[in-house]
Design a protein around this ligand. Structure first.
Ligand SMILES: [Cu+2]
Length: 456
């Protein structure tokens, strides 16, 4: 976990290592930077007006300073190294040491000033997605401002007029800069801290990368066939769980800055879409869902009562998006008998291994030697064996008896006796009722008899 002292220590290092002169920076808010991928436990704001902070999965919120009633932040656009999951690092562009950049949290009505220092090799800008602001603060390079050249610091200033859920990202060489990971979350909390109060408020951004096994930098021209699908530039099993006390009201805010839509699905509970990037939805307009599609450029704030203890999957429902480092040229081999072939192929390729004739679950599990800097296609070990999941997958862990500020991973769920699916006993098997069928073999399967002359 990060604490404030860590921020300052890392911040000092970042200033020393920076390319922008210390003298020029002296009047600006300190640069606070973080490089590791732990989730920061939320803390009540040290100054400014009160709010209930959000929790950024595998991320953190940017500290600020108050100066003459203005809330001042300092974002630094720069190359970063992001651990995608243990075993794989990506060379991305981001803000303040990370991609996505730190979450910015302000209160409705705050006068906000954001210094943006550009340490990228090319010009950038920051667009404050969804905000009401003066046109010249909207961050569209060429249209509303000159782009911020390398090595320069620009300042944005506006009043956060509307409470809600927002994002920030460049509007300069967008295809490259967003494919490289430049994006961050912004939450404007309501003036009244009890308005739509929830107990736990998680945020994450969806992005996707195309990083060939053995390489570190995303291929920025890829439009759809990405191989790394992320929540906050992390993939399962590298994504932190969301933790909730039983009966907590939980909000999960998800923004999509990838190149395709993502149907986000939660197990074991129903939720409502309580907010979009356009604001809070009127309560009468909400309906129960277990999956909500999030289009490109959209945000959804979903809310639920976490009243079912357990470890509940939370994931994108596109099955390719819960895979890692997946090639799309894999032939489907289900049902193909490969045994005869293998002997012949191994004469040519001694290390050849047949794959996928019973499905593809074995491909993550068999821990083949991987090239440098990539991940198995899926998964990690769960309490009941191997989990065939990677990519945009995490869990909502609902537990009784947690304290309100405890966000630590509680470990695997302990299921009450008799509540886990299991193999039938021989006695049970003997009395299983079979659906009446004209012909069933010993395994209960219907057998289609070949036509015979007797039937005519
Ligand atoms: Cu998806």
């Amino acid at each position: 976990m990060l604490n404030r002292r860590d921020f300052f220590r890392l911040g000092a290092a970042a200033v020393a290592a920076g390319t922008v002169s210390k003298v020029a920076m002296a009047a600006l808010p300190e640069i606070i930077s973080a490089e590791h991928a732990d989730t920061q436990t939320p803390k009540a704001p040290a100054d400014g007006r009160p709010f209930h902070p959000v929790v950024t999965l595998n991320g953190w919120s940017l500290p600020w300073r108050m100066r003459n009633g203005v809330k001042e932040f300092h974002l630094v656009a720069e190359p970063v190294v992001r651990e995608i999951a243990p075993g794989m690092q990506a060379h991305l562009w981001g803000y303040n040491g990370q991609s996505p950049g730190p979450t910015i949290e302000v209160v409705e009505g705050d006068h906000v000033r954001i210094y943006v220092t550009n340490r990228l090799p090319e010009a950038t800008s920051v667009h404050w997605h969804g905000q009401r602001l003066p046109n010249g603060m909207d961050g569209v390079s060429g249209l509303t401002q000159p782009a911020i050249p390398s090595g320069k610091t620009f300042v944005y200033e506006f009043v956060a007029r509307r409470a809600g859920t927002f994002m920030y990202h460049p509007h300069a060489d967008e295809m490259v800069q967003m494919a490289m990971g430049m994006m961050g979350f912004w939450v404007t909390h309501p003036k009244n801290p009890d308005f739509m109060r929830v107990d736990r408020d998680y945020v994450m951004l969806i992005n996707a990368y195309d990083i060939d096994p053995g390489s570190y930098t995303p291929k920025v021209a890829t439009m759809l066939e990405h191989n790394i699908w992320t929540f906050n530039s992390r993939v399962f099993p590298g994504i932190a769980p969301m933790v909730a006390r039983k009966n907590d009201r939980v909000r999960i805010r998800v923004g999509n800055l990838s190149m395709t839509n993502h149907p986000i699905h939660l197990h074991g509970h129903e939720f409502v879409v309580a907010g979009t990037d356009g604001g809070w939805t009127p309560p009468a307009s909400r309906w129960p869902e277990v999956t909500t599609d999030i289009a490109v450029g959209q945000m959804r704030a979903i809310e639920l009562i976490a009243d079912e203890p357990g470890d509940w999957a939370f994931h994108c429902h596109k099955s390719h998006h819960t895979m890692n480092a997946m090639g799309h040229q894999v032939p489907t081999m289900i049902g193909v008998e490969q045994r005869g072939l293998v002997d012949k192929i191994t004469q040519l390729l001694p290390d050849y291994m047949p794959m996928g004739d019973k499905g593809m679950a074995d491909m993550g599990e068999m821990s083949m030697p991987l090239p440098e800097n990539t991940l198995p296609m899926a998964g990690g070990n769960g309490p009941f064996g191997y989990m065939h999941m990677g990519g945009m997958f995490t869990t909502l862990k609902v537990r009784e008896g947690l304290s309100a500020d405890d966000y630590r991973d509680p470990g695997h769920y302990h299921h009450p006796a008799g509540t886990v699916a299991r193999e039938v006993t021989p006695d049970e098997a003997a009395v299983i009722t079979r659906a009446p069928s004209p012909a069933a073999d010993d395994h209960g399967l219907q057998v289609r008899k070949p036509h015979s002359h007797d039937e005519h």
